[in-house]
Unconditional design. Sequence first.
Length: 111
Amino acid sequence: MNGFSVVTFTDSTLALEHFKENESDYALVLSDYRMPCMSGIELIRQIKDRKPSVRTLLMTAFEVDSKLIHEYTSNKILNGYLQKPVRLTDLRQEINNQLHASELKLSVSGP
């Protein structure tokens, strides 16, 4: 992504620690549903507790109850959901949509 830094983790605990130390640098968090140490949804929930304005995407190859996804999106814990396999063009489009939504929210609410 042009103009953005991407940081990757295979351990959700390390990802959360990095977020806590650098939360002002985060505009978007993309997490897998199943991860070691804590689930992706728990990671996202803890991130949203610290910084509600960060955009969040969850992706998974596993079946997830659609009612659960609807509940998380309705409560603004999740801003988007992707079912694997995900085409790169679809992932890129969803990331652009989320970043655009974040920019719109910032321009409406101010710095």
